[in-house]
Every structure is written in C-alpha cells, then in structure tokens.
Design a protein around this ligand. Structure first.
Ligand code: NAD
Length: 472
C-alpha cells in the first residue's frame, strides 16, 4: 500500500515489507518514509487545519458515521488485514474491527457534545457588568503514533476524537502493522474527509519519529506504545500537549470467596488475548491461599486446552507473537525466572514466533517476568495471605493501568478499588476489559492523560474564554 500525504497516495523506491509473523510470508510493502516526508505531511496538515477547524460539526459527524459504516460494510476485509499483518487470530481480529465501528460512532456522538459553560464574572468586585462563557476549540495539528497490537482500533481512538474536535493529523502507524491504518485512511477519504486533514506516514519510528514529535508546528503528540519510546518522545517534544498511553503488568487478585470458575475463565482469556500482547493483559495473579492450589490446577487445565496455530483458522485460540525476536526475548525472560526458582506449570515452548501459553508459579520477586511488562503469553500465579498482601504486591511496580479483583465481599471490593494505584479497577472481571467510551489510561509509567473518546476530546481541544464588558 502507499502512504497518504497532502491528499495523495505516495509510493517510494525504498520499501518496508509487511510480514505475516505466523509463516514469514510478505503480504505487502509500504513506503519507507523519510524526515522529508514527515515535513511535507506536517505542512499539509497545517493547511488541513485551516479546513478542519472550520468544518461544521454536522459535517464532522457525517464523516465519522460514514467511515464507521464503510468499516462495517468491509468488516471481514478489515479483520483479515488485522489478522494477517499482526498477531491476532481471525476471531480476535473481527472483534477489533467491530470495536473500530463503535469507536468511530462514539466519536460522531461526542462531536456534537463539545460543550462550554457560562462564567459568573460578577463574582469579583468590579466585574458586575461583565458576561461571558468559554467554549472548546481544536488545538491544531496532532501527531498520532500507534502500536502494533491493535492496529486498527487504536488508530481509530486517535483519528476519531481528533477529527471530532476539528483538528488535523499526521499519523505514524506501527512499522510492522501499517496496513490496517492505511485502509482506515482510505475509508475516511471515501467518507468525504477533506484530504489534507489526515496524513499517514509509514516508516521506522527511529528514523522519522524525532522529526515528527519535535516539530513546533505539531501542537499535540498522542502516543500509544512502550514506555521507552514514550519517555524518549516526552523529552523531545518540547512545549506541546502530550498524551501517553503506555504499558503495564496488570495484577488480578482472587479472594477465597470468589467464583473460582469465573475467575479462571476470565483470567485465562485476559492473559492470552492477542498472544499476551495487550496493554491490559493479565500478568500477575495473586490468589488467597485456601483456593490457591485449586486455582492453579484449573487455570493450567484451561490453558492446556488453548489451540495455538494458524491465525486464520476459525478454531484457533492464539496466534504467534509479532516477531521471532520478541518470542526469543520472552523465552529468555522465562529462562531467567526458572534459574531463579520459578516452576513452569505449562507452556514455555517456542517455534519461530510462536510461544505457547505459559503459566509460572514460585516466581521470585525481582525477576523480569515479575516486575517488568512481559507483553507475551506468560502469566505468574502467586499465593497470598490476604487482601492486604494482594494490594501491596499489586502496587509494588512502576506501572498502573488496570487492576482486577474477584470477590463477593463488597467491602473488600471497595477497599481494593480505593487502594489499588491504577487508572481502572475491574471487579469480577479480568484487567482485560475495556469499552471504547470509558476513560482509559494509567498512572505511574502507564501514562499521562486519558483516552476514550469523550476524554481524548478534552485532551485534543482547549478552552477559549469570551468576555463582554457591557454598559447595562
Ligand atoms: P513501541 O513503543 O515499540 O512502538 C509504538 C509506536 O512508536 C510505533 O509506531 C513505533 O514505530 C513508534 N516509535 C518507536 N520509537 C519511536 C520514536 N523514537 N519516536 C517516535 N515514534 C517511535 O511499542 P509497540 O511494540 O508497537 O507496542 C507495544 C507497547 O505498547 C506495549 O508496551 C504496550 O503495553 C503498549 N500499548 C499501550 C496501550 C495503551 O492504551 N495504554 C495500548 C496498546 C499498547
């Protein structure tokens, strides 16, 4: 496919191959964008902003709805692209394509609800005759940078609110999974989006990222990805708004009174969704001692039922990791844990990019799988004395996106809600729950700001105050 700059689909001699990680097949190529391409895209987006900021809300709504409709009509095509270029199975990919239509429709809804307020200027002596209000205006050109693991819906989470808010965009999709984003770009143009409003530059983050995020014409960098790139971008961005949706190593606490089967089923899915490459993925499970043995037994039984294999097979439960390099990385992390005393309950087998769903127990504190983000199908289960220990261990990391608790005791649930240091607490569900309209984001190294359309719109617009000095 080609990249989109200044309303034209641009090709280049230098290409990047898009590879299906399951079989190594080259499924397409995209241009290897350069710093010059980034500069041209930003210039086009600056012109695009002159158009987008004047686009009436009813037109923004119509474009977003139409784009959602196109994705819906081509749902299977989108799902096939997601499944082929990334790690997801076809069933997981269909869910993502559906969620993209929800995200775009919510963006259309929220575009009509960008509200302001009147201001009581007469609260200050001398301001009795002043009247006024504030409204929200778009901020300008937004640089949107997205990761590989949800190559369509996470792009929609940036383009939806950016366009709803009247901004223009330069999008840099993940280097390894650019096709879903380009396809969504086509849908936006087909839906009538004035072309300069959306520019998509494909390429390596390490080659074109700095030029994009440091350019003063960019008014906001909206980034979703790993903490390392996030920190680098934050240092470089300078005086502009920053939205950071980063990683985590999410904890689940299972108390002795919980519905064991529900906790197992939900946590297995949360651990291995998208081959564990999921910012909300279940990584650490803290189980109260009376049910620990039972929980581990059931969890391992369920995990062993997972069908690992060709992503496009209808009955496949889990596909490969995004690259063989990533699979080798996690294999080494697990080796480190084993050397330090961890026990492999199942999995820890690799073939190319495929790494079998792996359950560990006895994991000592401080090894990588315990305290860093695994971003792989590896989960560790730990026994705990009580809720206090579960909360303490859950919080003893540098991340804080989602946490979960399984219990039927409302008081314990509320204690966990109030004491867990995270952006979201799921009660009687795993950490891997998100509906696209809810505020979404983390604390600590998990990020800055919130997405979820209404909340992203607040980040992507800013208030302008209007005051009338009247003679009345
Ligand atoms: P990554 O950080 O390697 O890459 C993300 C994007 O940043 C890609 O488009 C990449 O090309 C680009 N990039 C890399 N270096 C850059 C630089 N110096 N300047 C500008 N752009 C640069 O992440 P990934 O491997 O694609 O995704 C996995 C990570 O994303 C995990 O840590 C995961 O938890 C996180 N993630 C977070 C959320 C969330 O909403 N919180 C959602 C999905 C994924």
């Amino acid at each position: 496919m080609k990249m989109l700059i200044n309303g034209e689909w641009i090709d280049k001699n230098e290409k990047i191959e898009v590879i299906d990680p399951y079989n190594g097949e080259v499924i397409d190529t995209v241009p290897r964008g350069t710093v010059e391409d980034v500069n041209r895209a930003i210039s086009a987006a600056v012109e695009g902003f002159e158009i987008s900021k004047k686009l009436p809300v009813h037109k923004r709504v119509a474009i977003l709805r139409k784009t959602a409709q196109i994705v819906e009509e081509k749902m299977e095509e989108f799902a096939q692209i997601i499944a082929r270029e990334g790690s997801k199975t076809i069933r997981e990919a269909r869910k993502e394509a559906y969620r993209c239509t929800v995200t775009l429709n919510v963006a259309a809804d929220e575009a009509s609800r960008i509200l302001g307020e009147t201001i009581a200027f007469d609260q200050a002596v001398g301001s009795e005759n002043r009247r006024g209000y504030y409204y929200r205006m778009p901020i300008g050109v937004i640089a949107a940078i997205t990761p590989f693991n949800d190559p369509l819906n996470l792009v929609a989470h940036k383009l939806g609110p950016a366009i709803a808010g009247g901004n223009s965009v330069v999008l840099k999709p993940a280097t390894v999974t650019p096709l879903s984003a380009l396809k969504l770009g086509e849908a936006f143009l087909e839906a009538g989006l004035p072309p300069k409003i959306l520019n998509i530059v494909t390429g390596y983050g390490s080659e074109i990222g700095d030029a994009l995020v440091s350019d003063p014409r960019i008014r906001m960098v909206s980034f979703t990805g790993g903490v390392e790139a996030g920190k680098h971008i934050t240092k470089l961005a300078g005086l502009k708004k920053i939205g950071m949706e980063l990683g985590s190593n999410s904890p689940v606490i299972v108390l002795a009174d919980a519905d064991l089967d529900k906790a197992v089923e939900s946590s297995v899915s949360g651990a291995f969704w998208a081959a564990g490459q999921n910012c909300l993925g279940v990584q650490r499970i803290y189980v109260e001692k009376p049910i620990y043995e039972d929980f581990v037994k059931k969890f391992v039984e369920r995990t062993k039922q997972y069908k690992v294999g060709p992503k496009l097979d209808e009955d496949c439960d889990m596909g490969p990791m995004i690259t063989e390099k990533e699979a080798i990385r996690i294999e080494q992390w697990v080796e480190e844990a084993i050397k330090a005393g961890a026990k492999v309950e199942c999995g820890h087998k690799r073939e190319g990019a495929i790494y079998w769903p792996t359950v560990l127990t006895n994991v000592p504190e401080g090894v990588k799988v315990d305290c860093q983000e695994v971003f792989a199908p590896v989960v560790s289960i730990y026994p705990i004395e009580d809720l206090d220990e579960g909360i303490r261990k859950s919080n003893a990391v540098d991340y804080g996106l989602h946490a979960a608790i399984f219990t039927n005791d409302i008081n314990k649930a509320f204690k966990a809600i109030e004491e867990l240091e995270v952006g979201g607490v799921m009660v009687n569900d795993s950490t891997d729950y998100r509906v696209d309209a809810m505020p979404f984001g983390g604390v600590k190294n998990s990020g800055l700001g919130r997405e979820g359309i209404k909340f992203a719109l607040l980040e992507m617009t800013e208030p302008k105050v209007v005051m009338f000095n009247l003679d009345i």
